[in-house]
Design a protein around this ligand. Structure first.
Ligand SMILES: [Zn+2]
Length: 94
């Protein structure tokens, strides 16, 4: 998944603000990181983010979740592609 610094850079390029506090809130505490990325809790979290950072901050929060999700599934796809290739090679299929 993208680092906090990468998220910060993307926000800065998109909005002119880095929204570091939003990204640090999401990724900065290892004990709460999974809970704060839980998409079943977006409605709970979006209210908190919107109250503090407004509509643009909320968009950056949603974009952070989107970018993490996309990166995670890309990693899974790459692992799956490698596993398939390794399995085919094992059986002599190329
Ligand atoms: Zn994250």
């Amino acid at each position: 998944m993208p680092s906090i610094e990468k998220h910060r850079t993307v926000s800065l390029e998109r909005t002119g603000k880095d929204y570091m506090e939003v990204h640090a809130w999401l990724d900065g505490n290892p004990e709460k990181k999974a809970e704060r990325h839980d998409i079943t809790k977006i409605y709970k979290h979006e209210k908190l983010i919107w109250e503090v950072y407004g509509e643009e901050g909320l968009q950056e929060y949603m974009r952070h979740i989107h970018d993490d999700l996309k990166a995670k599934f890309e990693h899974i796809r790459q692992d799956l592609d490698k596993t398939i290739a390794d399995t085919l090679a094992y059986f002599g299929v190329k």
